[in-house]
Write a protein that binds this ligand. Structure first.
Ligand code: ATP
Ligand code: MG
Length: 361
């Protein structure tokens, strides 16, 4: 089949590589330069977006912020209601979806301007996280509000744009569920992934070590079914959760969803029988979703550094992925997946490498 992807960043490239492995053809549309490109080369083709869409059997995306031109021209080539997915780039629409699907999430309210936010802050009984409705990632566009903080000063800054105020959750850990839904409604999910953030940016993830209670996996998959059914979703989707409480009483609260492949799922490139990219391509092209075999894996993000040290390129337990981007503090420029035996070995890899691989903003 012929696949056109909106977006030519690392997710688009990794999806494209998977498309080729499955015998398909793939073009990428750069949402920044508005050029159509072949995979893995910065060579624009003499092809308009409309021509690329006419060429394609199916159009998908690396990010749900689908540009207006793609939305308009590719409507008949998407496998689902892409406008409904694009709306999720607004946190108010996203939170409303959680409420409509009755999946538990942190209590929230929306605000439209400085005055509304100021009133909301002054009346709040809780510590809050304020999030701009649109455009945030890696913790950007967020502010914390605690008792004793000055509501007027914070509202003057955060209320410049519409947003949501969420109750601050005292979570025990953060996890994500990555899975896929096929056109026939069948679903497969990887085991829950434990995620550790530094400065709001995903620092590392630990997957498939089998240490999380089965009940949490069941809760997570229930949320996945509810949300993807409501969206009539086809492809890979990730859900980020907060885990509140430990052991058998642990509960999940949905933090946010990513209707696409997700950074925390990169471990599947080396730690699963079918990667999240393969899974998305299978769902797009109508192939059956496979049973997933997984092995304990650590994913270490490479952030803001010039290169990945040779020792990691050479190590038999690690697989390095470099995105060919210019290093800037806080910018994800690659990732490393590492086969681990257990949590203790993950901890020692993190202790040895995280600081060296990550320069945060
Ligand atoms: P991403 O890069 O995953 O898209 P993001 O910038 O869109 O992230 P969130 O995932 O909403 O934003 O928040 C970033 C991090 O901030 C979370 O992973 C979590 O550590 C913390 N955080 C967000 N909301 C809350 C909350 N309500 N209570 C406690 N911590 C929170
Ligand atoms: Mg997040």
């Amino acid at each position: 089949m012929k696949i056109l992807l909106s977006g030519d960043g690392q997710l688009g490239q990794m999806l494209g590589a998977s498309a080729i492995q499955h015998g398909h053809e793939c073009l990428l549309y750069s949402t920044r330069s508005h050029q159509v490109k072949p995979l893995s080369a910065q060579l624009p083709l003499a092809m308009t977006l409309a021509q690329a869409i006419a060429w394609a059997d199916v159009v998908s995306w690396e990010h749900e912020d689908i540009p207006a031109d793609v939305m308009t021209l590719a409507q008949h080539k998407f496998l689902m209601n892409a406008a409904g997915i694009q709306r999720l780039t607004d946190r108010r629409a996203e939170k409303k979806l959680f409420d409509d699907c009755a999946v538990p999430t942190s209590p929230w309210q929306s605000y439209d301007n400085v005055a509304e936010l100021q009133q909301l802050l002054q009346q709040s009984q809780h510590d809050l996280v304020l999030k701009a409705a649109r455009g945030g990632y890696d913790g950007k566009g967020q502010w914390r509000f605690g008792r004793g903080d000055d509501a007027v000063t914070l509202a003057a800054v955060a209320g410049q744009q519409a947003g949501i105020a969420e109750q601050l959750i005292a979570f025990d850990r953060e996890v994500s569920l990555v899975g896929a839904r096929a056109k026939d409604g069948s679903v497969v999910c990887y085991p829950l992934i434990t995620n550790v953030h530094r400065n709001g940016i995903l620092s590392y993830s630990i997957a498939a070590t089998g240490q999380l209670p089965v009940t949490l996996q069941q809760q997570a998959e229930h949320c996945f079914q509810a949300l993807t059914n409501a969206l009539h979703y086809v492809g890979v989707l990730a859900i980020e959760f907060f885990v509140v409480g430990e052991g058998d009483t642990a509960q999940l609260l949905v933090n946010e969803i990513a209707p696409r492949v997700h950074n925390s799922g990169h471990w599947t490139m080396n730690g699963a029988s079918c990667s999240q990219f393969d899974l998305h391509i299978r769902a797009l092209t109508g192939m059956p979703l496979p049973q997933l075999r997984v092995q304990p894996t650590l994913l270490l993000n490479v952030i803001g550094v010039e290169s990945i040290p040779d020792a990691l390129w050479q190590h038999p337990q690690s697989s390095c992925h470099w995105y060919n981007k210019t290093a800037q503090p806080g910018r994800k420029v690659g990732h490393v997946t590492i086969q681990i035996d257990d949590l203790a070995s993950a901890a020692s890899w993190v202790e040895r490498w995280a600081e060296r691989l990550q320069v945060l903003a």
